[in-house]
Ligand binder design. Sequence first.
Ligand code: NA7
Length: 549
Amino acid sequence: MSVSSASSNQSSNSSTARTVDAVIVGAGFAGLYMLHRLREQGLTAQIFEAGSGAGGTWFWNRYPGARVDVESMQYSYQFSEELQQEWQWSERYAPQAELLEYLNHVVERFGLAPDIQFNTRVESAVFDDSSKTWQVSTDQGDQVNAKYCIMATGCLSKANKPDIAGMDSFNGPTYHTGEWPHEEVDFSGMRVGIIGTGSSAIQAIPEIARQAEHLTVFQRTPNFSVPARNKPLDPEEVKNVKQNYGALREAGQQQFGAFDADSNTKAAAEMSPEEIKAELNKRWQMGGLNFFGVFVDFLVTQETNDIVADFVREKIAERVNDPETAALLAPNTVFGCKRICADTDYFETYNRDNVTLVDISKTAISAITPEGLKVGDGSSEDKAYAFDALVFATGFDAMTGSLNKIDIRGCDGQTLKEKWAAGPLTYLGLCSAGFPNLFTISGPGSPSVFTNMVTSIEQHVEYIGDIIAYMTDNKLATIEASNEAETQWVAHVNEVASYTLLNSCNSWYLGANIPGKKRVFMPYAGGFPPYVAKCNEVAAKGYEGFTLT
Ligand code: NA7
């Protein structure tokens, strides 16, 4: 199968073209397991990673307070029983540093380093029709030919840096939460401005507020957040989970979000007012994204959603002392329309004397200035704010951003970016017609961001691994999604989203946070179990919907 060795040294960037079975782009949860899986299958593979280390999302998002919002015991690989038994998580929701440690341990444990080239950004991947291979080029001068090209580039990897006048004019340091520096940032004694109130900001704000002399938060849209109730893990609890890990994993896989949240299987209309109240209070006490399990219909029935949203709004009012600030912090959108956040002391942070909330929902930031920023309509009346440091917690060009950054060309030179100009077109979120042997792990059209990402990644990696094994066994050259299957799948993804309340706000699920991006619902909102059932059915029918040559 392999033509030549995939081995490459981390520090040496070869300029000689070489051939491997598969090129994998990205060394996060997805890329690392894909590499391990392909090597287990006897294939050669090469990871290219732009960062100087492994970790993907957890390599880049080092902002203060960064931690996962799915419980660590579930937000972890399950492909290796030994790994899940030996690894010790310290907290219910692992902080970024521990997740990075875990992923570096995975690199070491499975000996992955020789096949990962860091500090290397893939610039282009071009399909050569005559040799039926992908020709991959990097910014370090690498040229690699590979039968398969696997994009493990992450759903939230391309930072969104808003196009505000004078962006580069600020005299002090600026930071983006998704590209946080490695060295410690000390805000002590500083006046800090932070733009954005999404999940990253909600985690960072309490931490920055504890350090800074003053923190000013610029909020365009408030977000719903529930208390994370993070805590050190109880060794007895861990022991119990480990004794029955398989059962927990199995239970997780039966859930919409691919993690076990002891979900309520009833719709709110099937419950009495007392039962509803009890369920809401129970979920509030459980904390974190277990809140997703509150009522089975909260994302499809407006009345149910209103019950949940009202409950959380009341909690915000209780948590914030100043009624005016509390009112500004209370979202008037559908609960869960934007991803629900899990926080530690977020709303309480606004009770501090050194924190100010500025509502920019009606008057935008008109300019970044050498001293700070201005809010208004661009006239001389604009209100100026002075800072020593500025933080952009402005999110990501989600789902497609990291793919569109690479010049991906399929059959007849068509670029993926052109093909996806009116929204991503995929079959199962895995493949796109016209791009043979190209796979996207947790790509648009798959459950991805609605689920425990690690479990969804594992399902994709194993599915891709099985496809490749099938290709090898049957001596096949290419696999490609058919136009018909792709069209039907995209229609299905849209149809499923249309049954929900998820289209009702300007979320990154819809690309609505990026000016000019086509408003299309990108992730598959049907849940993990039906998606897996569909994938398995496709495989059982000899990869129905794919063209194999
Ligand atoms: P999000 O959730 O996309 O949040 C970005 C925030 O930045 C959000 O409050 C935006 O307001 C705000 N934003 C973006 N552009 C601007 C401009 N130009 N002016 C003012 N405010 C702006 O990103 P996160 O990094 O917090 O979280 C991403 C995901 O990571 C999260 O959902 C979890 O899955 C993990 P808006 O809401 O667009 O009005």
